[in-house]
Design a protein around this ligand. Sequence first.
Ligand code: G4P
Length: 193
Amino acid sequence: MKLLEDRILKDGNVLGEDILKVDSFLTHQVDFELMQAIGQVLSHVYREAGITKVVTIEASGIAPAVYTAQVLNVPMIFAKKHKNITMTEGILSADVYSFTKQVTSTVSIASHFLSADDKVLIVDDFLANGQAAKGLLEIIGQAGACVAGIGIVIEKSFQDGRQLLEEAGVSVTSLARIKEFKDGQIVFAEADA
Ligand code: G4P
């Protein structure tokens, strides 16, 4: 997605060896026009897939997910990282290990929001090692729902996430794919859309 790649080049900052800071339009401040465009592209890719729900994980997946859900005209559900007092029963959950933070957290979705009739599109902001998406696959599997695909805003293709997800039999659509950070510069691989 050229618009996204151009924005990454303009406003993204490489931190250290393998982190891209995009907090001015995606992970902290959100550019709704760019998110709308992302929603248009992802929904177009999956328009014939019979999607009934879009699922993401808080916090930074929510913006691209909600704009995708709007175009598909289906609900967006975000997995929570902390149970709140209103989540009293029927919780689907999975442990997610973050290689970046080296912590395991439990992510949850109330079971009445997903059923065996659902066909889910997962959307997330980053694909690095794929652990967040793997946790979502587990939760969606617990509900007996099926996953039609995974839409990613920025994939770091030098990490293992895509391989892990494709080995699990799920198709991945990444709008920007970063092959490497060479001398602090961003080098893209060919994106999926
Ligand atoms: P994984 O889910 O692919 O295995 O990713 P990993 O454990 O490596 O990453 C943990 C968190 O860091 C995730 O967000 C992920 O989106 C984010 N992340 C990974 N690589 C980058 C990067 O290069 N740049 C930025 N900005 N974020 C990255 P999270 O902890 O769930 O945070 P949030 O969604 O609440 O903001």
